[in-house]
Design a protein around this ligand. Structure first.
Ligand SMILES: NC(=O)C1=CN([C@@H]2O[C@H](COP(=O)(O)OP(=O)(O)OC[C@H]3O[C@@H](n4cnc5c(N)ncnc54)[C@H](O)[C@@H]3O)[C@@H](O)[C@H]2O)C=CC1
Ligand SMILES: CC(=O)N[C@@H]1[C@@H](OP(=O)(O)OP(=O)(O)OC[C@H]2O[C@@H](n3ccc(=O)[nH]c3=O)[C@H](O)[C@@H]2O)O[C@H](C(=O)O)[C@@H](O)[C@@H]1O
Length: 415
C-alpha cells in the first residue's frame, strides 16, 4: 500500500479489521504502526471481513499443528474457498502461509478449479513463502531474497512481477512444491542446529565444562556455526514447521524428529536443574521467572517453552511461580514489577533475554528474597555482578564441578 497499490486487508476477526481501518495495529512490531497509519491515510489500505474483487489474492492465514503434530490446514482451505466467488480471469493467487509440501498442487488448485477458470492459463497460482523475522519484519520484507514457486512458469513470473513492486532482494523462481520445501527446511535447519546446541549444553553440564565457552571457541572455526542453547524453542514457526516434514516422511525424517524432541525436552531439563539446585529445601519453593514470551523483545507467547515450564511446575505442589515480563499483561502469575516478582522467592530464573533485563535492580531484588539463587538460561547476565550482590549464579550448559575449578586454577597458574 505504501508503494502505490490499492490493498484490501481481509480478516475474519472483526477487531483486526476495525483496528486497521482506524489506522491501528493489533500486533507489536517496530515501525508497523507508522506505516499502517500512512497507508490508511493515503486511502490505499482498507480492511474488510470479506474479500473484494482484485488483481491478486495473497493468502497468509495460520497453519498451526494439532495436538497429534499434524498440519491443520483448515484456515488455508477456508480462506481459499472464500476467494473463489471473487476470482476473475487473469487473477493471481499466492499462498504465503508456511505449508506442507503439495499444498498448492493438491489442496489449493482443486478448490480454485471450482471457479471454472483454467489453472495456469486463466488463473496464475503459486507459493511465495514468507521469511521475515519477527522484530525485523519491515526491513526483511523488503530486503530479504524471495522464492517464488509457480504451478507453471508463467504463474511464477507473474507472481515475481507483483513482489518486484516492493522487494529489493533477489527473487528466485522454482516450482510450488520446491518453494514449500525450501521454507520448511529453512526453519528445520535452524531447529536442528539449536537442538545440537541444547544437546551440547546437557553434555557440558554432565562433564563439568561451559557450553557457551565451547560454542564461542568452536565458532572461531571458519565453517562452524553452533547456535545458542536455551530453555527450549518457541514461536509458531520453528516449533511447528519441522512437523510438516515429519508428518509426510515419518520413516525418513529421523534427525528432524529427534531435534524437535530434543528442543521440546528443554523445559523439563530446566525444571530438573531447578529441582537439583533447590533439593535441600523441603517446603514449597517459590520461583521468579523473568520473561515468558517465545523470544526477546516481542510480545508473542505462541509455543513459548516458558509457558510449558510453568505448566510443568503447576503439575507439582512443591512449586509456587511468579512471573514478570515487560511485554505481557494479564498472565495469571504476573507480578507488577521486578521487586514484586522477587518477593519471598528462592530462585530467579532468567528465561527470556529482553533488553529490559540488562540492568536488573539486583540489590533490591535480593533484599526481598528468601534464598538467593540466580539461574541464567541464556548466558545473558554478568556472573560477577550477580555474585557481588550475594546470589549464587547457575548457568544452563555449565556445571561447575570440582574438576572444572581445578582445571581453571591450573590454567591460571600456568599463565
Ligand atoms: N508472523 C511471521 O513473522 C511469519 C509468519 N509466517 C506464516 O504466515 C502464516 C500466518 O502467520 P501469522 O500472520 O503470524 O498468523 P496470525 O495468527 O498472526 O494472523 C493470521 C490472521 O489470519 C486471520 N484468519 C484466519 N482465518 C482466516 C480466513 N479464513 N480468512 C481471512 N483471515 C483469516 C486470523 O484472524 C489472523 O488475524 C503462517 O503460515 C505462518 O507460519 C511465515 C513467516 C513469518
Ligand atoms: C530460519 C529462520 O531464521 N527463521 C525465522 C523464524 O523466526 P523466529 O522468530 O521463530 O526465529 P528465532 O529467532 O530463531 O526464534 C525461534 C526460537 O528459537 C530460539 N533460539 C533461537 C536461536 C538460537 O540460537 N537458540 C534458540 O534457542 C528462540 O529463543 C525462539 O524460542 O521463523 C520465521 C517463520 O517462519 O515465521 C522465519 O520467517 C524467520 O526468518
Amino acid at each position: 500500500a505504501t508503494h502505490g497499490c490499492k490493498v484490501i486487508g481481509v480478516d475474519v476477526n472483526e477487531k483486526v479489521v476495525d483496528a486497521l481501518n482506524r489506522g491501528e495495529i493489533t500486533i507489536e512490531e517496530p515501525y508497523l504502526d507508522i506505516m499502517v497509519q500512512a497507508a490508511v491515510r493515503s486511502g490505499n489500505l482498507i480492511a474488510d471481513t470479506k474479500p473484494h474483487e482484485a488483481d491478486a489474492f495473497i493468502i497468509a492465514v495460520p497453519t498451526p499443528i494439532t495436538e497429534e503434530k499434524k498440519a491443520d490446514m483448515s484456515y488455508v482451505i477456508a480462506a481459499t474457498e472464500t476467494i473463489v466467488p471473487y476470482l476473475r480471469k487473469g487473477n493471481i493467487v499466492i499462498l504465503e502461509s508456511t505449508s506442507p509440501t503439495g499444498t498448492v498442487e493438491k489442496l489449493i488448485v482443486p478448490i480454485l478449479e471450482k471457479s471454472g477458470f483454467k489453472i495456469g492459463e486463466e488463473l496464475y497460482v503459486g507459493h511465495s513463502p514468507e521469511r521475515v523475522l519477527p522484530g525485523k519484519i519491515l526491513w526483511e520484507l523488503v530486503n530479504n531474497n524471495r522464492i517464488v514457486g509457480g504451478i507453471n512458469r508463467i504463474s511464477a513470473e507473474k507472481i515475481r512481477d507483483l513482489y518486484k513492486i516492493f522487494v529489493n532482494g533477489e527473487i528466485f523462481l522454482t516450482t510450488a512444491t520446491t518453494a514449500e520445501m525450501c521454507k520448511l527446511m529453512e526453519n528445520t535447519f535452524r531447529d536442528v542446529n539449536i537442538a545440537l546446541a541444547n544437546e551440547l549444553a546437557k553434555i557440558c553440564e554432565n562433564i563439568g565444562i561451559n557450553a557457551w565457552e565451547v560454542i564461542e571457541l568452536a565458532n572461531k572455526h571458519p565453517r562452524v556455526n553452533i547456535h545458542q542453547p536455551g530453555p527450549g524453542v518457541g514461536g509458531h514457526c520453528l516449533a511447528v514447521d519441522p512437523w510438516f516434514i515429519i508428518e509426510k516422511n515419518p520413516d525418513i525424517a529421523k534427525i528432524i524428529e529427534l531435534s524437535r524432541k530434543t528442543n521440546d525436552s528443554m523445559p523439563k531439563h530446566v525444571l530438573n536443574r531447578i529441582d537439583e539446585i533447590l533439593k535441600d529445601i523441603k517446603r514449597t519453593k517459590k520461583i521468579s521467572i523473568l520473561g515468558i514470551t517465545y523470544k526477546p523483545n516481542i510480545d508473542d507467547m505462541r509455543e513459548s517453552p516458558i509457558i510449558e515450564l510453568i505448566d510443568l511446575m503447576d503439575e507439582r505442589d512443591d512449586y509456587e511461580v511468579s512471573v514478570y515480563d515487560p511485554y505481557v499483561k494479564n498472565h495469571k502469575y504476573q507480578a507488577k514489577d521486578l521487586i514484586d516478582v522477587a518477593k519471598n522467592s528462592d530462585l530467579i530464573l532468567l528465561a527470556v533475554h529482553h533488553d529490559d533485563f540488562k540492568n536488573l535492580p539486583l540489590s533490591d531484588m535480593a533484599k526481598v528474597m528468601r534464598n538467593k539463587y540466580f539461574f541464567d538460561t541464556r548466558n545473558f547476565i554478568n556472573r560477577e555482578e550477580v555474585e557481588e550482590k550475594g546470589f549464587k549464579y547457575i548457568l544452563l550448559g555449565e556445571s561447575k564441578s570440582l574438576y572444572r575449578e581445578t582445571c581453571l586454577n591450573e590454567v591460571a597458574a600456568t599463565i
